[in-house]
Ligand binder design. Sequence first.
Ligand SMILES: [Zn+2]
Ligand SMILES: [Zn+2]
Length: 384
Amino acid sequence: MKFILTLTFAILISICFKVNAQQQIKIGLFRSSELNIIEIKSSEETIKVKADNIFFSLPINSTVLISAISNEVSIFTGNFNLGKFKKVEIEIRDNAGMTLKPVSPDYPENKYTEILLICAKQSKLSIINKLTTVNYIVGVLRGEIGYDKPFNCYVVMAILAQTYAEGYLSRHRIDNFNLCDQTHCQVFKGYFKYAPYQQAAELAKNKIVLDANGNIIEGLFHSNCGGKTQNSEDVWRNDLSYCKSIDDSFCLNQKNSKWTKSFSIYDFCLKLNIPFNTAQTNDFDFCSKIQLKNEAREKEILIGNKTINTIYVRTQLNLKSDWFDISCTGDSVLINGKGFGHGVGLCQEGAIEMAKQGCNEEEIIQYYFRNVVINERKKILFNN
Ligand SMILES: [Zn+2]
Ligand SMILES: [Zn+2]
């Protein structure tokens, strides 16, 4: 009896692990492009192709040309026309990459792993990458943080990416996938062999960040806060209890902590819709009215006689952040700014510096997000 119970338990455990190992997520690729023709090949492994009910293998280094013709997918291998199909599924072994090259329009090639689901609508290809969450996180690390960073910083970003994915799993339900590969969701750059990414994604697997009420947080981040992060409600309307402004000394003196940009008074006023006529160009009084020091990171500033929101100024003048001083000499306006990005949540350059100084992922996340905990993910939500 004891043996049977142990065996049953072992089988249950192995089933759980199997389900866990197969957690997959669907990522919509090239959604903003009108892709009509793509080419796929692999120099690493044989690729399996399933076109409706036809199965075949694609040898290493041979290519398959896929195009959208109305609502069907046409397939060519070499000079051989395989015909038109409703659904095409292309698979390569986990941990091997296949190259996808958009031919029409012509975009740079990129690698993807596991499964590509392809169909066509009105002569436009729809491509979905179905892959394990670990491989998804690797592609997000590549898209969102780059190379040669301290390892703990990759772990932090992997946990936040996982948290974001879990929180927004239904974002593209209407499109039949979970997340897109653009900034609308998280930038995903496909498959890439870089050991720190793989190791961080494995370590972060099943870890998510919860707020004081046990809810999944929005793992918001930006490049550099300039020395002070922002309250979420000061940037957007939603008041997130864990995204509160903190003073951040870690990101000072980093690449994006300071910037400058200059404009002619005429352009400056035109873009901000400030009344101006050219006769005022050398008018000292007018120039003095657009001087501004904003040490406290105020959200509303006085320019001339007009009160203007700093986010509006950032958008209109295409600035790196909404925290800046303005000075004016002669007929030009100089803007000295701090930070890069919206300033809410985790400051990447600060987190990198913290990791360099030996802080672990928990210390970094809890520095930028108030009253949060890193938990093991309990539910299996990535079933498709
Ligand atoms: Zn999206
Ligand atoms: Zn910062």
